[in-house]
Design a protein around this ligand. Sequence first.
Ligand SMILES: Nc1nc2c(c(=O)[nH]1)N[C@H]1C(S)=C(S)[C@@H](COP(=O)(O)OP(=O)(O)OC[C@H]3O[C@@H](n4cnc5c(=O)[nH]c(N)nc54)[C@H](O)[C@@H]3O)O[C@H]1N2
Ligand SMILES: Nc1nc2c(c(=O)[nH]1)N[C@H]1C(S)=C(S)[C@@H](COP(=O)(O)OP(=O)(O)OC[C@H]3O[C@@H](n4cnc5c(=O)[nH]c(N)nc54)[C@H](O)[C@@H]3O)O[C@H]1N2
Ligand code: SF4
Ligand SMILES: [Mo]
Length: 695
Amino acid sequence: MTDDIRWVKTHCARMDHGGCGLLVGVRGNQIVKIKGDPDGFLNRGYVCHKGRVSAERLTHPDRLRRPLKRTGRRGEGHWQPISWEQALETVAAGLVKTREAHGARAVAFCQGMPKGLEHFALIRLANLFGSPNLVAVQDVCHAPREVAGMHTCGFYPVVDFHQKSDLVVLWGSNVTWTNEEGAIHSLLLEQLRQGTALMIVDPRRTELTDRARFWLPLKPGTDHLLALAFLHVIVTEGLYDAGFVAQWTHGFDQLAEHVRDFSPERMAPITDLPAELIRESACFYAQSRPAAIQWGNPIEQTVHNFDAARALVCLMAVCGNLDVPGGNIQANEPGILGLGPFVRADLLPNKRFDMLHAHHGAIPRLMTVPPAYFRQAVLSGEPYPVRAAYMQCTNPLLGYADSRQTQEALLALDFLAVADVFMTPTAALADVVLPAATHFEFDDIGHYGLGHGLILARPKLVDPPPECWPDLKILNELGKRTTPAEYWFEDPSGFLELLLKPAGLTYREFVEKGYLTGPERFHKYRAKGFKTPTGKVELALSQAPKFKLNALPAGQLAADGGDPAFPLVLTSFKNRFYLHSSYRWVAGLRRKSDRPEAEIHPETAAACGISDGAAMVIETPHGAVTQHARVTAAVRPGVVFAAYGWWFPEKGAATQFDWQSANFNMLTSTATLGREFGTPNLKAIPCRVRPAAGA
Ligand SMILES: Nc1nc2c(c(=O)[nH]1)N[C@H]1C(S)=C(S)[C@@H](COP(=O)(O)OP(=O)(O)OC[C@H]3O[C@@H](n4cnc5c(=O)[nH]c(N)nc54)[C@H](O)[C@@H]3O)O[C@H]1N2
Ligand SMILES: Nc1nc2c(c(=O)[nH]1)N[C@H]1C(S)=C(S)[C@@H](COP(=O)(O)OP(=O)(O)OC[C@H]3O[C@@H](n4cnc5c(=O)[nH]c(N)nc54)[C@H](O)[C@@H]3O)O[C@H]1N2
Ligand code: SF4
Ligand SMILES: [Mo]
């Protein structure tokens, strides 16, 4: 019987940044089939395995279904179900008590990767509550790109897959697996079919490497140096866009002088790439117009992220690829409510001076607190104490660098509440756990506030279990209990209508349209200049001394390294079948990827006595984990690509789901942080491997 299936359009969410237009088959209150929508603005019919099985999350027998209050010690796994009324009262009391005792800033509001409007509703709650401390994972995800872009050219330059490019560079972006924020790869594949050339900067052979004209398998952690070598070639050989540089850039001569030291010949041994390959690739980038750089996590997951992102924006600029069709563009937002009014930034005007990271001299315009500073404030009271936290859509025990420190900090809090769809190692440490409704179960808007110039409709398709609440509803109710009630809504539809009102649309009308984009306009600087102090692209930052920033992209070598006890380099790529630590409990995903596997080159494996499939101990100066070796020539010799995000729901509450044995972030540290973004090294960490006992 298929005739009782209702086919509804929506957009995928919560299996990555989301974005694919979907056709979802619904029978009664059950989702029975998910297909790609051929009309999808970002995907044109494509859908990945994660998206196809995403409805399995909704009906999992162990999903959180009742609010829970801790009865035993933190992490012990003893809970008592409570009513929503009791849950809201307990959470509100925990937060308000801390505010009364230590001030509003002693309460942190923590968010993982933004999923939809809940991220912005949480910022609104924090602002109204009076706390400047919205803690998020942006120190390692997008803020380095966005903020370095803002300082350099006044906007966040995003890849334009909608117009044809001569060349697309995937610089540390495994886009066919990760479909990174706003960049679903099906549009890229269409361009490749039409003759767009491809360049890949990645130490691992990816799905697209064989189709690339240039592949630069650099040594992890040297991206900023490779980008400087590109600039050296382009400047010394005069391959830049002279007209654009003359009219629209500031500090070209300084940059030209600076990059002299970074010749391909000098950078070759450091990046471990042939000088000739660097030279040819740089020339090819400069001579391809337009060229677009799709840049990924590795650029921002090192302490050099500011310099790496700065060097890449300089590269885009001098080659005339900024805000041109098929280049790196300033996306045009649709006419909806702006972020500031939505989050009521006006109610906390001094936030930027009082956020934890402001006391650490972080870069202006970074508006979310780096997790390392959050934990430091909890553990040492510096620069001031943080004593309570509300967390949603996040699993910090797996996602933050230095998991031991995270555990210590969470245990040290006076009060912790976590909203999730499943009992995670982090939720296991909370005083109160709130059962969240999730995608398909409530009306939401996708891609708001991400800088990609579009918003996507995600209408509700099925009812959540009776006591699972959307984060928007939880926040709306918590808001009424902890902040002036007049800023909140009768029900969460208020958030949606507020946002759409300037566009003259109701939520229902928006759902009919499916998505909204801004006008298609390029070269906007020609009318008003760039939004920087000089009105030009600041190759050299004009206000660098004021903000204690490097005026020019610096080319320091890795902060750690050189210890002969740890001769290999540890890095990672994201699992094709999971989102970070999420959904290890979904059978349809687990079947595809059942255990943590670390990739290692045959020569390196042989030298370390490791055989394919065997359990292998991976050690850094900070810790050790065990994962299974996948011996493959797809990766560079000397590099270990460990799996990230692994815990084992099946191991049960008594071990807190074995959150330590394979967890990548047992290997990372917050001892050294990049100053601008408070970022730890997640990629390019010195390590060693050995067979596990009995392997
Ligand atoms: N070593 C290392 N660390 C990393 C990275 C890396 O590459 N290497 N990557 C970093 C990056 S890029 C990011 S973005 C972060 C990600 O960090 P997080 O966003 O914390 O990642 P997840 O592990 O996906 O945790 C999300 C949680 O949200 C829950 N969830 C899903 N849907 C909902 C919902 O609707 N409501 C609520 N309340 N909860 C929901 C899931 O069950 C899951 O437990 O990790 C960073 N950490
Ligand atoms: N399947 C899946 N999709 C996801 C996510 C997920 O967890 N799983 N997470 C989502 C999130 S929040 C984000 S931010 C994006 C991230 O998406 P991506 O930016 O694609 O992130 P990664 O897979 O961590 O790394 C990309 C590539 O960098 C390479 N790499 C490793 N070290 C280095 C290095 O030092 N330099 C260079 N140049 N390359 C290196 C890896 O081999 C990999 O191919 O993905 C989103 N999509
Ligand atoms: S690529 Fe991302 S948005 Fe598209 S179906 Fe897969 S998980 Fe969903
Ligand atoms: Mo991310």
